[in-house]
Design a protein around this ligand. Structure first.
Ligand code: AMP
Ligand code: MG
Length: 650
């Protein structure tokens, strides 16, 4: 049930929200002030289970390591004074004592003057001996004596007790993250259990009537709960223990019950959704009843992520992340991870950063710190170029395809093209792709690049449209720019748009046509022109258009001949969105490409073939990955795959 406030409640509700937008720094400072200092939750763990945890106490070495004077080599324990005069021409004969000291054998006999005791690496030095001579530096003299032809200094090849770790020495400090080396030190001292910071238990709740868990079927108007999975994973990545409690509908009583239950057990509660202005904004009202001091910040000057809500309820942080997955992710990493790690006794996260240039102007909202996801490619001189890859705060794929993000200061209203900036990487290292494709996207492209990927080449494909791709190719920032640009004057595709330094590689043809729902008698059996005429004749018939600049849009406008039927201003940016609008009855017809229409189970009336080709940067033609792409494009395998998907290879 969605709670729509009565009009009388509404202005109060609106006032309650975003009463005061805080800067990112101010919000974080207030949040931390309300939470720290605080005691670290601790627990005892077995050594092997302590990997990755923060040590909660200083550890003092309880014993000497090694615990006794130890031989470092296989040889003979000797008295150095016996060998003071030994030399190449003056061997000294030593009588062997009647014992052999292996590792783990305690010596029984003293090494008296003129004697030696055979000793293995790791064996304890016997009483009387003060050095070890290597077996390689001796000759046997009968069964019970050796000759030594070089002098030894006292302490030679001996590790003294406590020389590695001395009893009473500070071994490890509280706060140290336990890795394999630390585990080694603790094991050497015989320590089997350590007190570490306990993993922070963080409850995760998604909110929204529309949410369905992955694995279940989607009903109309429902979406999969993305935030639950992302936030839980990000908590585990940062040393916490996520307790995912599923999605709760936008119902005040249910949500309050779930939040109270979560706080009984967890150290922290992270919700997502329900923070944007308007109906259904319940969580922050509930927080007011859960404990003191309650809400610290509601509305932070961050983009994405303005609706972030930070609260502390009786010592436990309660956070409401924005609903859009990328917004949820950014705010979580930027504002929550530092607090989570500090509460868990972990050091701040160290993210890798690189310098890069932005090739295009990025507009930004004044007054909000803005994070922009970017894909990195190598420019002409090997310098990194950062392409903004954001598809808006609702897009989850931008996260997976991006290499990192850049930050635009709250006081800037743009980042001009050519700015040298810092990119925070999502992974520890930059993965510079072998082949860079920038331009118009087509599902057919994946069928060709699949071969390269299987051969181990990293292909980066950045969708910026045909015109953007051409610009990138001219600047030498990509290998290939896929384009489908119709030239009205010459009535041809693509070739008229090429400039010096670029050459055309023919790709494939995509049949453009009218889509409609199968069985719609207004369109069934007609040609494209007649179908459009029939649609225009029926005032109840709604179309779906395409965005300005799309090749498809040019065809639609030609067909409409100046008419502006209902739905004309609905201008989605992709072939798939057109098919979805028709399939879901939001529109009755539109124009898309045949493979998309068929995949959506729609009727299709072919109109004209569009040429999807590649502008190849000539200077990059000899690169092995470019050659591999050209080979793949011409291969029987790719051609067959393209045909199966409904494309016609050129
Ligand atoms: P809200 O803040 O609840 O108004 O949500 C803003 C947008 O984010 C809406 O489009 C929601 O459907 C979407 N959203 C909210 N929670 C989730 C979630 N857990 N997974 C994916 N999308 C979500
Ligand atoms: Mg919601």
């Amino acid at each position: 049930m969605t709670m729509i406030p009565k009009p009388s409640d509404r202005s109060a509700l609106e006032q309650e929200q975003f009463l005061k937008i805080l800067s990112r720094e101010e919000a974080l400072a207030r949040f931390e002030a309300a939470l720290f200092p605080r005691a670290l939750p601790i627990e005892m763990r077995q050594l092997v289970a302590a990997l990755g945890a923060a040590l909660a106490e200083d550890i003092t070495a309880p014993i000497d390591v090694p615990p006794f004077d130890r031989s470092n080599v296989d040889g003979f324990a000797v008295r150095s004074a016996d060998l003071a005069a030994a030399g190449e021409g003056a061997p000294v004969r030593l009588t062997l004592n009647a014992e052999i000291i292996h590792c783990g054998t305690a010596p029984r006999m003293q090494v008296a003057a003129g004697t030696a005791t055979p000793i293995a690496t790791g064996g304890p030095l016997p009483r009387g001996a003060d050095a070890v001579v290597m077996v390689e530096h001796t000759q046997p003299a009968g069964l019970d004596a050796i000759d030594v032809r070089r002098a030894v200094s006292p302490g030679q090849f001996v590790s003294y007790a406590g020389s590695d770790i001395a009893r009473g020495e500070a071994l490890l400090r509280a706060g140290t993250i336990i890795g394999s080396r630390e585990i080694g030190m603790l094991a050497a001292c015989g320590i089997a259990k350590v007190t570490v910071a306990r993993k922070l238990r963080v409850a995760v709740i998604s909110t929204g009537d529309e949410l369905v868990q992955p694995g279940e079927a989607l009903a109309p108007a429902e979406i999969y709960d993305t935030n639950g999975a992302i936030v839980a994973a990000a908590i585990d990545e940062n040393g916490g223990e996520a307790i995912f409690l599923g999605a709760v509908p936008d119902d005040e009583a249910q949500l309050e019950a779930a939040m109270r239950r979560a706080l009984e057990d967890a150290d922290m509660l992270v919700l997502s959704g329900g923070t944007s202005k308007g109906a259904g904004d319940l969580s922050h009202r509930i927080i007011g009843r859960l404990g003191q001091p309650g809400i610290i910040a509601h509305g932070v000057a961050l983009k994405p992520g303005k609706p972030l809500c930070l609260a502390v309820c009786d010592g436990k942080p309660v956070v409401i992340l924005p609903g859009f997955p990328t917004s949820a992710m950014f705010t979580f990493h930027d504002m929550i991870v530092p607090v989570l790690r500090r509460m868990a006794g972990l050091p701040p996260r160290s993210d890798a950063k690189v310098g890069a240039t932005v090739p295009v102007r990025i507009a930004s909202e004044l007054g909000r710190t803005e994070f922009v996801m970017v894909s990195l490619v190598e420019g002409k001189d090997g310098h990194l170029i950062a392409y903004p890859s954001g598809k808006g705060s609702g897009a989850i794929t931008s996260f997976a395809q991006a290499d990192g993000f850049l930050r635009i200061d709250a006081l800037a209203d743009q980042m001009p093209a050519g700015t040298e900036t810092e990119v925070t990487l999502f992974t520890p290292h930059v993965r510079v792709p072998d082949l860079v494709i920038v331009g118009s996207h087509c599902t057919g492209l994946d069928l060709v690049t699949a071969q390269l990927a299987h051969a181990g080449l990293a292909v980066r494909s950045i969708a910026v449209g045909s015109i953007g791709g051409l610009a990138a190719a001219k600047r030498g920032e990509c290998d290939l720019a896929p384009i489908h640009l119709f030239d009205d004057k010459s009535e041809t595709y693509n070739t008229p748009y090429l400039v010096e330094g670029l050459e055309l590689v023919p790709g494939w043809r995509r049949m453009q046509g009218i889509v409609f729902r199968k069985g719609d008698t207004r369109f069934e059996g007609l040609g494209a022109k007649e179908a459009v005429a029939a649609a225009l004749a029926d005032s109840a018939c709604i179309m779906v258009n395409r965005n300005q600049g799309a090749g498809t849009r040019i065809l639609i406008d030609r067909l409409l001949g100046g008419a502006r039927p209902e739905g004309y201003w609905n201008q989605p940016r992709s072939h798939n969105a057109v098919a979805a609008a028709v399939a879901q009855h939001r529109a009755d017809w539109g124009m898309t490409i045949a493979p998309v229409a068929h995949a959506a189970g729609l009727g299709f009336i072919p109109l004209a073939e569009e040429h999807y080709d590649f502008a190849l940067v000539t200077a990059r033609k000899d690169r092995p990955a470019v050659q591999a792409f050209l080979d793949a494009l011409g291969s029987d395998e790719a051609r067959a795959a393209l045909e199966r998907a409904g494309f016609r290879p050129a």
